[in-house]
Design a binder for this molecule. Structure first.
Ligand SMILES: N[C@@H](CCC(=O)N[C@@H](CS)C(=O)NCC(=O)O)C(=O)O
Length: 133
């Protein structure tokens, strides 16, 4: 019974994925328009951040859209299809769950932040406090 249920959900995901990705692309939110020097400073800071994600995971889509809204250029690492990224997430963060934000602090310490809501709240507070609830 279990393999059948797994097969069912895998098929549903396969069918829905192209629609989810297309809708996400067609409705990309508009980002914050910052002066070039301010954006350059933020780009410098976001170089220390990396988002481990699956392309079609709804929690990852929500997080990527929040990043777009805040005009954050954060490197994305595909954890669904790239075994090296998967292994790095497992080794560093402790579990294969996405989205996960890898944060390299200024003192070199590395933090792995799970949970889309926590990631979005962290990014909002740090880079777009005026959008905070
Ligand atoms: N509550 C979490 C849910 C995250 C979650 O369930 N992610 C799924 C993908 S949609 C996952 O990583 N599953 C592990 C796997 O498929 O190996 C969040 O909001 O970030």
């Amino acid at each position: 019974m279990r393999p059948l249920i797994r097969f069912f959900f895998r098929t549903v995901r396969l069918v829905l994925t192209p629609f989810v990705i297309t809708i996400d692309r067609m409705t990309t939110p508009k980002g914050i328009d910052r002066p070039a020097d301010v954006q350059a400073k933020i780009d410098e800071e976001t170089r220390a951040l990396t988002l481990y994600h699956f392309r079609s995971c709804p929690f990852c889509i929500k997080t990527r859209r929040a990043m777009k809204r805040m005009s954050l250029n954060i490197e994305l690492r595909d954890t669904q299809h790239d075994p090296e990224n998967r292994e790095a997430l497992h080794r560093g963060g402790g579990e294969i769950k996405v989205p996960c934000l890898r944060i390299e602090e200024t003192d070199g310490e590395v933090r792995w932040m799970y949970e889309s809501d926590a990631i979005i709240e962290y990014l909002t507070r740090r880079f777009a406090p005026s959008q905070a609830a």
